[in-house]
Design a protein around this ligand. Structure first.
Ligand code: CU
Length: 331
């Protein structure tokens, strides 16, 4: 309805309409309250203006009045809260099977890695109608990934992954901004998200040169860094078998248990001593400072790829670019 109404940026993802609906509700509610207050001011100012023989009677406490003005606003605020929370949780939880893009922010650019191996700077190409999950980190200060057309903004922090996801609904080119002041060239840390028709996207994917999928690069690193000397897939090595690790609950030596998500794998590589797996000795070397953020993403993608049932022989990841299979029937 408001597609060409210049107050709003384009709506190009499923989140956009949801956020706008809540936003419009808030604006209307505030407008209604402001107007009501102003009308009351005028009404009372007129009604109780200084006149002979007419005096306002002060109300000396009234339970019913107090309950009314507590319960009604409470109800209104709860509506806002629940509505906002629903959108928030929906935005937070990426659907299973989303294609994954790794993002490394730095002063002052966005570096993007596709699962299929394509790399981009300040430009992100995604296909129309597929879920896309962004796994983001920063190699220096805090940045924030902001795409107004998707109504999505997520801080990107050094030292850990933050994620967000979207489902583009309209082909086009949209602004990408850094929304966290990050230094001199902050205002230049801009780019674009290009949403393409699936066929065009396939052509685009085929066009670039890549050195193989992220997981494949990760496998190469896994051998280069000697991870495979301890982490074996056939016999029990000095380190745990990483097959099936992603998403699993890991028992730790100190009695805690953690779910092995991207952040856990990341920490396990950078600072293995922080969470030692139960039954193993803390002999894994610290890789902090030895792997770049991009390499770390490749290692994480590799470890995750070890989960795919199609991985076949021990240690061979699924190399068939999971992200570019034809759309699943559910869509
Ligand atoms: Cu920035």
């Amino acid at each position: 309805m408001f597609d060409n109404f210049p107050l709003w940026p384009a709506r190009a993802a499923t989140t956009a309409g949801q956020v706008d609906a809540l936003y419009i509700f808030l604006v209307l509610l505030s407008a209604f309250m402001s107007v009501a207050i102003f009308i009351m001011i005028l009404v009372f100012a007129t009604k109780y203006r200084r006149r002979h023989g007419r005096q306002a009677e002060p109300i000396e406490g009234s339970i019913s009045l107090e309950i009314t003005w507590s319960v009604i606003p409470l109800g209104v605020f709860l509506v806002i809260f629940v509505w906002g929370a629903v959108i928030f949780f929906r935005e937070r939880t990426a659907p299973a099977g989303a294609s994954e893009i790794y993002v490394v922010a730095k002063q002052w650019m966005w570096k993007l890695q596709h699962e299929e191996g394509q790399r981009e700077i300040n430009e992100l190409h995604v296909p129309l109608g597929r879920d896309v999950k962004m796994i983001m980190t920063s190699q220096d200060v805090i940045h924030s990934f902001y795409v107004p057309a998707f109504r999505l903004k997520q801080d990107v922090l050094p030292g850990r992954y933050t994620t967000m996801w979207f489902h583009p609904t309209k082909a086009g080119t949209y602004h990408l901004f850094c929304a966290e002041y990050c230094g001199t060239q902050h205002s230049g840390m801009i780019g674009q998200v290009v949403v393409m028709e699936p066929a065009q996207y396939q052509a685009w994917l085929g066009g670039g040169t890549t050195t193989g999928s992220l997981a494949q690069s990760g496998q190469t690193l896994f051998e280069q860094f000697g991870c495979n000397t301890c982490h074996r897939f056939d016999v029990q090595g000095r380190g745990p078998n990483l097959k099936g690790l992603f998403g699993k609950t890991v028992q730790l030596e100190d009695g805690r248990s953690v779910v092995a998500d991207e952040n856990y794998i990341r920490e396990s590589v950078l600072n293995p001593g922080a969470k030692v797996v139960s039954g193993f000795k803390p002999i894994m070397p610290v890789f902090q400072g030895l792997v770049s953020e991009e390499q770390l993403n490749e290692l994480v993608a590799y470890v995750k790829s070890l989960n795919t049932p199609a991985s076949g022989a021990a240690g061979t990841p699924n190399l068939q670019s999971p992200g570019i299979q034809p759309p699943t029937p559910k869509e």
